[in-house]
Design a protein around this ligand. Structure first.
Ligand code: FAD
Ligand code: SF4
Length: 475
């Protein structure tokens, strides 16, 4: 613990953001990492608790008190080594993790938690600036070959871990670029894509082979992979979006959020996307109050939408949680993202009854208020309304993986249609099919980047044990 009285002396300091008027003019990141002095002071707020609840709150179990202390003493090299020991990609999580660790911080009981994510962000940026992120090339090869289907954070974490213990790892990706939702879901203004590119360079030097435009179950056959490789990890994500079965769903201008977000990321990357749907001068309605919906708000603002309204079916959460009841768990409370700060009307307890159009194009949305009792929803009489809607973006989450990926391997599914595999014990991450493993959203359902990294790491250890009888990889 760097400074015994730090938590009493220093306030939590949020990272600075570029002003809204400037940042909505482009797709660049706008969150500035802490300066060295600021990070030192924020690190000093850590109390180095006997039981570090932050570490258990973090899905990759980052050893947070240790790197807080190292940053306090300005040992940045030591800090990145500790951080990398549990997290392959802190530059992703330091930018886009919702930081469940901070909800679990002991200071959060009666004060503002340590700004853990901002310190993580500062450490990894410093490490890249100083060329401390270098390939860890294995000193022996095992001769074992592993195919990883999907290049999101789960696939990338698994690939890096397995390559570092000497296996030949091939990552197969159906898209033309590597990164999964990091690349084609999460907008550049939250995380620019050069972060993925430079990790790819590192991983290639470590021995990972990336193959793009490889759609397993379409132009690549599952049987061929099973014949060629000693193990296969399915890391294909949960790509099946939840639909909105209301009259008017098929009108032009009603689309899944991903069909709106992905083309924009491609355009930022320099691709030409014919017929890209733009929000420019449109009344945009986003249905769904989560991360994906918030990203649609941010992107619509950058397109220059006329108005943006976001509806959520669930009731408006409380402004503040009851900490005595929920700490150290992730609380349900009102969250306002940076995209919301850029401008949007938000409303809760709203259901969509109908989408209305003219000449095949959506023009209005008809909805009403709902109320929730004992987990059941009912419409509130007399609350019907109609609003203008030229573009309706469906951001109501993802129900499961695309079933075909699981079917071509013949793996058993759980009752939500995910690949069935436990995370504990001798069979961890193993599917019902011999030598086929599953990790990330394809196994746990729609989740977070940090959970995908955790599962990729743990699945890598399970595969290493399966192939070699034991493993030196951390779990
Ligand atoms: C718009 C949006 C914003 C988000 N924002 C955040 C955020 O801010 N913070 C956060 O923590 N989480 C966020 N998430 C969630 C997070 O992105 C996911 O939980 C995470 O990416 C899951 O990682 P994964 O590796 O399991 O799968 P994915 O990232 O989905 O990657 C799966 C990859 O597998 C490929 N694939 C699928 N099937 C095949 C096949 N048959 N053959 C070959 N390749 C295949 C896909 O093309 C994809 O590249 C967001 C999600 C979305 C949709
Ligand atoms: S990865 Fe997420 S939960 Fe873990 S320390 Fe970083 S911000 Fe916190």
């Amino acid at each position: 613990m760097g400074k015994v009285t730090g938590f009493m002396e220093y306030e939590r300091l949020a990272e600075a953001n570029l002003p809204v008027v400037d940042r909505v003019k482009n797709y660049k990141e706008f969150v500035l990492h802490l300066t060295d002095d600021q990070a030192k002071q924020q690190g000093a707020r850590c109390m180095d608790c006997g039981i570090p609840f932050c570490t258990t709150g973090c899905p990759v179990n980052n050893i947070i008190p240790d790197w807080n202390d190292l940053v306090y003493s300005q040992d940045w090299r030591g800090a990145i080594d500790v951080l990398h020991s549990t997290n392959n990609f802190p530059e992703f999580t330091g930018r886009i993790c919702p930081a469940p660790c901070e909800a679990a911080c002991t200071l959060n009981i009666n004060a503002d938690p340590v700004g853990i994510k901002s310190i993580e962000h500062a450490i990894i940026d410093k490490a890249w600036e100083n060329d401390w992120v270098t390939p860890q090339v294995p000193n022996h090869k095992t001769g074992k070959k592993i195919a990883i289907v999907g290049s999101g954070p789960a696939g990338l974490a698994a690939a890096q871990q397995l390559a570092r213990v000497g296996h030949d790892v091939v990552v197969l990706e159906k898209n033309s670029r590597i990164g999964g939702l990091l690349r084609y879901g999460i907008p550049d203004f939250k995380m620019e894509k050069f972060h993925i590119d430079r990790r790819m360079t590192q991983m290639e030097a470590e021995g990972v082979e990336f193959r793009v435009n490889q759609h397993v179950g379409a132009n690549v056959q599952a049987d061929a992979l099973l014949a060629e490789f000693d193990a296969v990890i399915l890391a294909g994500g949960a790509e099946q979006p939840r639909d909105l079965p209301v009259p008017g769903r098929k009108l032009d201008g009603v689309m899944y959020a991903m069909d709106f977000l992905t083309p924009q990321n491609k355009v930022v990357a320099g691709d030409t996307v014919p017929n890209q749907v733009m929000a420019t001068n449109k009344n945009v309605v986003v249905i769904g109050g989560g991360d994906t919906g918030s990203d649609c708000v941010g992107t619509s603002n950058r397109h220059g939408a006329l108005s943006i309204t976001q509806f959520e079916l669930m009731p408006q959460p409380p402004e503040k949680e009851n900490k005595e009841l929920v700490w150290p768990n992730w609380p349900l409370k009102m969250r306002t993202s940076s995209s919301h700060e850029e401008g949007a009307n938000r409303d809760w307890s709203i259901t969509t009854k109908e989408l209305i159009g003219e000449n095949g194009k959506v023009t209005h949305l008809k909805g009403c208020k709902v109320e929730w009792k004992d987990g059941k929803m009912s419409e509130v009489a007399g609350t019907e309304f109609t609003i203008k809607a030229d573009l309706v973006l469906l951001a109501m989450g993802f129900v499961s993986p695309v079933q075909k990926l699981l079917d071509v391997f013949g793996v058993e599914k759980d009752n939500r249609g995910n690949a069935k595999a436990t995370t504990e014990g001798l069979d961890s991450y193993k599917t019902s099919k011999a030598k086929v493993f599953a990790a990330g959203d394809v196994r746990r359902g729609q989740s977070l980047v940090v959970w995908a990294i955790r599962e990729g790491r743990q699945a890598a250890k399970a595969v290493d044990e399966f192939l070699m009888g034991s493993s030196t990889l951390p779990r």
